[in-house]
Ligand binder design. Structure first.
Ligand code: ADP
Length: 451
């Protein structure tokens, strides 16, 4: 039968999907942001490096050529000769020219560009060679001025104007020929790593944090959903467990009142005996649930005293060996085995484990109890040759309401709180509990307490 999904579970699922969708969105935005950031930084870097290359070429050319002194005066100016064909309109006549001297003022904003333009024009007209080592030195010096400390390899090419990806270039003239100056980062990888390290680190952290939150939330929601199902099972179980004793009580009541059992003393005693057993059983189960909740809420703290563990175990042995004819063996190096613990708590631990060992054995239960001392601790082992626990269920058996799934119907009665209660008590007593089990062979529960 397929289990009905509760409204709460459905709501949790919906929330999970919304959160998952949001988290994936955040992660994608982060990735896009890193990529966009990288592209922008790369473009800015290339632009700065290119502008600086042009400026470095100009600086070198400036050192090689002489500019008109009028550009260095208080009021910079340029004087040039305008040559004009005077008889351009009269066809067939030999051309005559007129000349005119023009002086123009160069203001502060134009001065830099005027100087550079002149330098480029002058050097393209002369047989001058741009020295690569000088240019490299000037370039690196000027790069530092704009905050770039990376090393570039420069090359001057008068044959081809091809620029490969990753290269930056500027045009100039060498020996009257047009030339391309190419610059390429020497250690590209280190540069891009440095450029992206902090944003990538921040993003990676954010992405990891988002992914972890999503994963953690998923786990909590899954656990919550499991708990929800287990709680429903628990309530169903309890109702079922209450119905059975009620039916027994009702039947024996009817027998006593309708069939005259009250006049037959033997039958009366038998029915009363059954009723009292059923009531005891009910009482025990209710006590167990209430006690568990008290321990869980921290309302019951351990009351430590020195006890003989063997005596306590023998009492349990006496009580349980009547159930299903269980064979319970106790072994210890010491007798008495004195320990300081909470008598009630250790009693509940032992009872619950023996109870389970009997419940989960198919034939006559064979239970082996061992107590032993270690260096700074003592151990209590309760083993059985019962049905064992599948490996996949072992991590969950100490969870509240968990029962090893056996299909839709549970043959063996229980609420799934016995081991959770045991674990809670062991933790209260500062101990730890472990289990080793193999389906079909049996289980051993080992509890270790500090001495
Ligand atoms: P329950 O009320 O179901 O017995 P417990 O919390 O005591 O609840 O145990 C949880 C589950 O662990 C049980 O449903 C059972 O499947 C498994 N289990 C516990 N003890 C044993 C055991 N000794 N042998 C096999 N299975 C066990």
């Amino acid at each position: 039968m397929k289990k009905k999904i509760s409204a709460k579970t459905k709501r949790l699922r919906r929330i999970f999907f919304i959160v998952a969708f949001t988290a994936v969105g955040i992660i994608l935005c982060q990735l896009y942001w890193v990529y966009f950031n990288f592209q922008t930084a790369k473009a800015n870097f290339n632009q700065s490096a290119t502008v600086t290359l042009w400026q470095s070429i100009d600086t070198c050319l400036l050192a090689q050529n002489t500019l008109p002194p009028s550009l260095g005066e208080m009021q910079p100016s340029l004087t040039f000769m305008m040559k004009k064909q005077a008889n351009a309109d009269s066809a067939g006549a030999a051309p005559t020219f007129s000349m005119k001297m023009v002086t123009v003022d160069v203001n502060a904003d134009q001065l830099y560009w005027a100087r550079m333009l002149l330098i480029r024009l002058l050097s393209s007209n002369e047989n001058k060679t741009l020295r690569l080592d000088t240019l490299t030195e000037v370039y690196h010096h000027q790069l530092k001025g704009v905050g770039i400390t990376e090393q570039f390899k420069l090359a001057i090419d008068t044959n081809s104007r091809l620029i490969r990806p990753g290269q930056i270039a500027a045009l100039t003239h060498i020996d009257k020929r047009p030339a391309v100056v190419r610059a390429e980062l020497i250690n590209k990888r280190a540069f891009f790593f440095k450029m992206n390290f902090i944003p990538a680190l921040v993003s990676t952290l954010l992405i990891a944090l988002s992914a972890f939150s999503l994963f953690y939330m998923g786990r909590i929601i899954r656990k919550q959903m499991q708990l929800d199902t287990m709680k429903t099972d628990f309530v169903n179980n309890i109702i079922h467990e209450l119905r059975t004793p009620l039916t027994i009580l009702r039947t024996s009541n009817e027998a006593m009142s309708s069939f005259g059992a009250s006049h037959d003393e033997q039958s009366l005693m038998r029915y009363l005996g059954i009723n009292s057993l059923v009531i005891d059983d009910l009482d025990k189960n209710i006590e167990r649930i209430l006690d568990f909740s008290k321990i869980e809420q921290g309302k019951r703290t351990p009351m430590l005293e020195s006890i003989d563990l063997i005596f306590l175990l023998k009492q349990a042995q006496l009580r349980f060996s009547q159930v299903n004819n269980a064979a319970i063996n106790i072994s210890s190096d010491e007798e008495p085995f004195e320990v300081v613990t909470d008598k009630f708590m250790i009693g509940v631990i032992v009872s619950n484990l023996i109870d389970n060992a009997i419940k989960y054995s198919t034939d006559q239960p064979k239970i082996e109890i061992v107590v032993r001392r270690l260096d700074n601790s003592w151990q209590l082992l309760i083993g059985d040759e019962g049905i064992g626990i599948p490996k996949s269920s072992i991590p969950f058996i100490f969870d509240k309401f968990y029962r090893v799934p056996t299909g839709d119907v549970h043959e063996i009665k229980g609420y799934g709180i016995g081991l959770a209660y045991v674990k809670q008590l062991v933790v209260e007593l500062n101990g730890k509990i472990e289990v080793a089990s193999e389906p079909g062979k049996g289980s051993v529960f080992t509890i270790t307490f500090n001495a």
